[in-house]
Design a protein around this ligand. Structure first.
Ligand code: MN
Length: 743
């Protein structure tokens, strides 16, 4: 009996069409590949037969779409396509890994196994940092696992629409926290851009729509400008006898929004909404020369801004990116970024790691990815490395796209992230060199270890056997590797110091007749809220905690250490890391807002609005259970949201506004404008109080150096509609230039 036969004809056709479409994107395959892909497809169709996606479509369309992304957007071959088709069968159906091994061989089975393990890492509630560590461990084993996972994540993000809201937020947070930085590190720029756009669409739908709409409205004007900019260039490039493509590419919604937010300018004032890209089709040995010829043409036609020249053709970025960027002054004096690169460089820029492999070994360049993977491997193998810290380091280092190039005394070049210090350099040479570093000479001059490296510096590290890292070294380094190594060494020292305390605690427990020693220690660590055993014992060693007090709240019961029933001033008991959810006490007045928390009226709980984002009614929000301040309500686009949701997802609760009420909220506005003396205060307050009939909670105004004014007003409003009405009205006032809500 075959399940396939029972699939309705129309659905069967949809599935078959998706499959054929996917097949057409595979660049090269032989007969054997073709047969295996067909077999994987049939297996997936049969295995997922009973499943539907949240949208109602047959589930198997998902693995087919993931296989297509792997082939079309990452450029992976038949092996990855097969693994992608099978990526969910072991997890979701009764097909076993053994079945896959028998049918498709060891390698495919291993990749599918890796993907299944990653998935199960997500299904449980373990903190993101641990998940991230798992992703990286898989990465160092077989990169394809992570590349397929990236495709899987991309398809899930693209089709997130039919998921419940709180799941959307969780997936978006995780993507923002882990997958976007990882995509960047692996050079999958296109993926990173799309991830961030899709995240913004979920966490900040209002601004996303606003920017998208403005982009659409200005599309025609932009296209004709690009046309005007490109025309004279084309004329000159055509004379060159080189095959090339030229295009104007709009920047992503996410990056435009960031500019609007950070620079505080209006959409109309942003000029670089697009970049012009020229891609040359030339043989490998003419690449560099051709790029510079084109550069010279571009700067003949349009005037360049010399400081904006970036040459990643001569020295590629450490994630493999190669390109020549320049900014020129186009028609009507607008700045336009021009990117010049070859087809090969373009493929590396779009597909990063995957494309890099294809060209590996041809050019004899140091393999940037291998080097990076070595670092990752080293950090992972260190038993002292802490997942949370590691993720933090990884993310901060990722935000910096720039690099600094320095030299060893022998003249070997080293590439470090911009911001790296002389001490980072020491750790990049060898861990032991870092550990024992006593002083550093830069260009033959003694410099402090925290000295920030500059391009071209020549660096000599002096070491001594007796030297070892101290706490303040952490402030002098920038790279994740150095930080991890220093922390690990410090932890080892703390561990040694705490050893004596550990012995005393264990002896005490034995005297108390406790048999379950490990469990008892665990209980103590949690009770006193230390993050690790090492920290707990160290606290005892340095008298931060006193051994004679430690056992006071406890007693022995049946060979185990248990808490005494609390009589006075109970300390809140933390179970499984989840704080207690407090019901509202009867005496307190009803809380000021109508929120539904986890589907129940919010009146039932004690909750407050977070100060970091001051939500008002109508904002997209979620509830977060804090460890000591009850429930806090945050906006989903709060700067802290991604961190909270991805690291403490288990503390996040669904919150939504109940139907309208006339309850008020605080919203802060920043108003700037041209100073008109006393009249400004009057006209602002008149508008707000008399015309809009809103209450002002606080009002601060001061003159700026340029002769304008800046006012910060706290308003009491009922909902977002009212707030936007107010913003609109204030913007129209004479002398007012901008009105923004302060996050
Ligand atoms: Mn999947």
């Amino acid at each position: 009996m075959s399940d396939v036969l029972v699939i309705p004809e129309q659905e069967r056709q949809t599935i078959e069409a998706a499959y054929q479409d996917m097949l057409s994107t595979i660049k090269s395959m032989d007969d054997e590949d073709r047969q295996n892909i067909q077999a994987a497809y049939e297996l997936a169709v049969g295995a997922h037969f009973h499943q539907r996606r949240k949208s109602g479509e047959p589930y198997v369309l998902h693995p087919i779409a993931v296989a297509k992304i792997c082939s079309q957007e990452i450029g992976l071959g038949p092996t990855a396509v097969i693994a992608a088709l099978l990526h969910d069968v072991v997890e979701d159906t009764n097909i076993t890994l053994e079945d896959i091994k028998v049918k498709f061989g060891e390698r495919i089975a291993e990749i599918v196994d890796g993907l299944t393990k990653l998935d199960s890492a997500y299904n449980n509630e373990s903190p993101q940092a641990e998940n991230f560590k798992k992703v990286l461990s898989t990465l160092v084993e077989d990169v394809r696992v992570v590349l397929i996972k990236m495709a899987d994540r991309l398809h899930n993000m693209r089709t997130l629409g039919s998921m419940p809201r709180h799941k959307q937020l969780k997936i978006a947070a995780e993507t923002n926290f882990i997958y976007a930085p990882l995509a960047h590190r692996l050079g999958l720029y296109a993926f990173r851009t799309e991830y961030l756009d899709l995240c913004m669409k979920i966490t900040d739908p209002e601004h996303y729509k606003e920017v998208a709409q403005k982009l659409a409205e200005t599309k025609r004007a932009r296209e004709s400008y690009i046309e005007e900019f490109i025309r004279p260039l084309k004329k000159r490039l055509d004379e060159l006898q080189i095959r090339y493509r030229i295009m104007g590419r709009p920047k992503s919604i996410y990056s435009i929004w960031n500019k609007l937010k950070n620079k505080g300018v209006a959409f109309e004032e942003i000029y670089d909404l697009f970049a012009v890209r020229i891609i040359l089709d030339v043989p490998r040995n003419q690449e560099k020369q051709s790029c510079w010829i084109v550069y010279s043409i571009v700067t003949d036609v349009h005037i360049p801004i010399p400081e904006r020249l970036k040459d990643w053709v001569t020295t590629p970025k450490s994630n493999g990116y190669e390109s020549l960027h320049t900014t020129v002054i186009g028609p009507s004096g607008r700045y336009v970024e021009v990117q010049i690169r070859t087809e090969r460089m373009d493929e590396i820029a779009e597909r990063g790691f995957a494309a890099h492999w294809k060209y590996k070994g041809i050019n004899g360049q140091p393999d940037v990815y291998e080097r990076w993977l070595d670092t990752v491997r080293e950090i992972l193998e260190d038993p002292n490395s802490d997942a949370v810290e590691f993720l933090g380091d990884f993310r901060t280092n990722n935000l910096f796209h720039e690099e600094v190039y320095v030299f060893t005394p022998k003249g070997d070049m080293k590439v470090l992230p911009l911001g790296a210090s002389a001490l980072d350099f020491a750790f990049s040479i060898h861990t032991d060199v870092g550990y024992h570093c006593t002083s550093i000479r830069v260009n033959n001059k003694l410099q402090p270890m925290g000295y920030k490296l500059k391009n071209g510096d020549q660096i000599q590290v002096l070491t001594s056997k007796n030297q070892r890292p101290s706490e303040d070294w952490l402030k002098m380094v920038f790279t994740g590797k150095a930080k991890a190594k220093i922390r690990s060494s410090l932890k080892e020292e703390r561990r040694q110091k705490g050893e004596f305390a550990r012995e005393s605690i264990e002896r005490k427990l034995k005297n108390l007749k406790v048999n379950e020693i490990d469990e008892a220690v665990e209980r103590l660590v949690r009770y006193y809220e230390y993050t690790s055993h090492v920290d707990f014992f160290y606290a005892l060693a340095v008298d931060e905690l006193h051994i004679q007090d430690v056992f006071k709240p406890f007693k022995e019961e049946g060979g185990r250490l248990v808490e005494k029933p609390l009589v006075i001033e109970p300390k809140p008991v933390v179970e499984e890391g989840l704080p207690e959810l407090k019901r509202r006490s009867e005496k307190k007045p009803l809380v000021k807002a109508r929120l539904m928390i986890n589907g129940e009226p919010g009146d039932a709980y004690d909750f407050t609005f977070a100060n970091c984002c001051n939500p008002v009614q109508g904002d997209e929000v979620f509830a977060y259970l804090t460890s000591n301040a009850g429930l806090k309500i945050h906006r989903t686009n709060c700067p802290n949201a991604a961190n909270l949701m991805s690291n403490y997802g288990y503390r996040v609760m669904k919150a939504e506004w109940a139907s309208t009420t006339n309850i008020t909220f605080v919203a802060d506005l920043l108003i700037t404008g041209v100073d008109a003396g006393r009249g400004v205060i009057e006209s602002l307050s008149h508008e707000i109080s008399s015309l809009l009939q809103l209450n002002i909670r606080s009002f601060n105004i001061h003159a700026t150096e340029e002769g304008g004014f800046e006012a910060r007003i706290s308003l009491l409003v009922a909902n977002t509609d009212q707030l936007y009405l107010a913003i609109k009205a204030l913007k129209k006032l004479e002398h007012v230039s901008t009105v923004t809500r302060v996050e």
